[in-house]
Design a protein around this ligand. Structure first.
Ligand code: FAD
Ligand code: AMP
Length: 479
């Protein structure tokens, strides 16, 4: 008889490992299947996020931001003495160490919580059985009361730019570049393209971002997109819109010609490295047997309802492989919701309040609806905006780019969206998410006491500005 678990989770990314830990905490006998192994054959835990996504990209962004600050330390009167230089190999080694610490930590958390790690490729069979095929080809079938599929996503590759070792790279390759390229091309001005472009622009690389769409950051609030475009241009990022890449050619094995079309016709640039950042797609290859009962939607995502139930009873799916934003925190929260449901608790997730962040400098962050979405829906709104240029603490930090924008319902005053560009927008946006989760009105934020001097005061002032009452900018509304 095959071994049986209360819960088998397939995939140990931020969706899967969090779901497994929560399920085990709730007293369920839980196993987590992971196919990723390192060159020594050990399981690699943490998925895209910890290994080749969120964490390593943020490590490189932080290192290069510190480099930039050191180069400009003279604004504080600090004389560094001599040229500030970057040891790129040391930067990448630091990134790898952080990744190692975190991924190793998950193994420890599994042990501490009693989660059984099953190394190998997981495949869902009929009747909630999961077949796990180890690296040596041995297949074992396990039974489960419940299965959580958390297989994540993989980068989209485009035929005009096939990956080429060391020259044309996806996100994994991009995170391991270990010397400063003179010229870098990036296909796609999305989150990953902008973050990777920023890393290298700060180190002196000439970065060209080619984006097929005519508008920049179409999903963001128009004020965020406009401000960000101006700031990135000032930073030397050459973002070309309406530029569709049609082909590439490797020249002498050391540089890449990139062909694209734009409003002016056929164009080409030559770069030393090219990063393909045109999006990600759900990873479901080999995950489902024909009779598993789980269905995919028309875009290849595992079809689920609001509570992540698939079409097969007792089988759930979460994270990047299902509808919704491809974000680590969305994956983790879905994992927690599903584990709670399996344990018999009532649980649901608020998909209307999921923060999005782009970790450039300044950072771009938002939660809720954009002004253009609300206007298109015919919602009557009032908007308050406060620039960091008017924040004493931001001035002290020499970090005055950007603003906080709060959109509230004109009739009910309920906060419907918060959008920011700013040095620590990734931290400030949590305040907005908490407010929105608690269904706050703009007045609730107006009546909250914020400590002075803090960058957070910009959130308070933006809430006051919704009614024309911000103190530190001229914003009186006509009565
Ligand atoms: P994944 O992290 O992709 O994990 C899935 C796991 O399942 C993998 O380990 C895979 O090996 C395993 N697996 C798949 N199929 C099987 C199978 N059949 N059997 C066994 N194992 C299997 N998100 C943010 O929120 N913030 C960020 O700052 C951010 N930065 C990013 C930067 C980059 C460069 C990239 C690429 C992504 C970034 N993301 C970010 C997105 C984030 O990484 C994903 O949203 C998140 O990892 C999704 O989690 P997941 O658990 O659904 O899938
Ligand atoms: P994201 O999905 O946020 O990572 O963004 C990916 C971006 O890549 C989108 O804005 C796409 O418009 C863009 N893109 C996709 N294909 C191409 C292409 N062939 N040339 C240029 N940009 C592209």
């Amino acid at each position: 008889m095959s071994q049986k678990f209360d819960v088998i989770v397939v995939g140990a990314g931020p969706g899967g490992y969090v779901a497994a830990i929560r399920a085990a905490q709730l007293g369920l006998n839980t196993a987590c299947v992971e196919k990723w192994v390192d060159d020594k054959g050990a399981a690699v835990l943490g998925g895209t996020c910890l290994n080749v996504g969120c964490i390593p990209s943020k490590a490189l962004l932080e290192s290069t931001h510190q480099f930039h600050k050191a180069q400009h330390a003279d604004v504080h009167g600090i004389q560094v003495g001599g040229e500030v230089t970057m040891d790129v190999k040391a930067m990448v080694a630091r990134k790898n160490k952080i990744v190692g610490n975190l991924t190793g930590g998950i193994g420890g958390l599994f042990k501490a919580n009693g989660v059984t790690l099953l190394q190998g490729m997981g495949k869902l069979l009929a009747n909630k059985q999961v077949e796990v095929t180890a690296a040596d080809g041995t297949a074992t079938v396990y039974d489960a009361e419940n299965v959580i599929l958390a297989s994540g996503s993989v980068p989209v590759n485009i035929p005009p730019a096939p990956l080429t070792d060391g020259l044309i790279l996806d996100n994994a390759g991009a995170l391991d570049i270990d010397e400063v390229p003179e010229r870098l091309g990036v296909i796609g001005a999305g989150v990953i393209g902008l973050e990777m472009g920023s890393v290298w622009a700060r180190l002196g690389t000439k970065v060209t971002v080619l984006e097929a769409m005519d508008s920049f950051l179409a999903a963001a609030d128009k004020d965020v997109a406009r401000d960000a475009a101006k700031l990135f241009k000032k930073q030397g990022l050459d973002i070309q819109l309406g530029a569709r890449v049609t082909g590439t050619e490797i020249v002498d094995g050391k540089e890449v010609k990139v062909f694209f079309t734009d409003a002016k016709g056929e164009q080409e640039i030559t770069v030393d490295k090219l990063i393909v950042a045109v999006g990600r797609k759900p990873q479901t290859n080999g995950l489902l047997s024909e009779d598993s009962g789980v269905k995919l939607d028309e875009r290849g995502f595992i079809f689920v309802d609001e509570q992540c139930r698939t079409d097969a009873p007792g089988v759930y799916a979460i994270g990047d492989s299902v509808r919704g934003p491809m974000l680590a925190h969305k994956a983790s929260e879905e994992g927690i919701m599903v584990a709670d449901i399996i344990a018999g608790h009532k649980a649901q997730m608020n998909y209307d309040v999921i923060p999005s962040i782009i970790y450039t400098h300044p950072e771009l962050a938002w939660v809720g609806k954009t002004e253009q979405e609300l206007k298109a829906d015919g919602v009557k709104i009032k908007v308050g905006k406060f620039p960091f240029a008017a924040s004493g603490r931001a001035m002290a930090a020499d970090d005055t780019d950007g603003f906080v924008k709060i959109i509230a319902d004109e009739e009910t005053d309920r906060i419907l969206g918060v959008h920011m560009v700013g040095g620590i927008a990734s931290e400030l946006i949590a305040q907005a998410a908490i407010a929105m989760e608690f269904c706050s009105s703009a007045e609730d934020l107006q009546l909250t006491v914020f400590a002075h001097p803090t960058v957070s005061e910009a959130v308070h002032e933006a809430a006051l500005a919704v009614d024309g009452h911000a103190i530190h900018i001229a914003n009186r509304k006509k009565r």
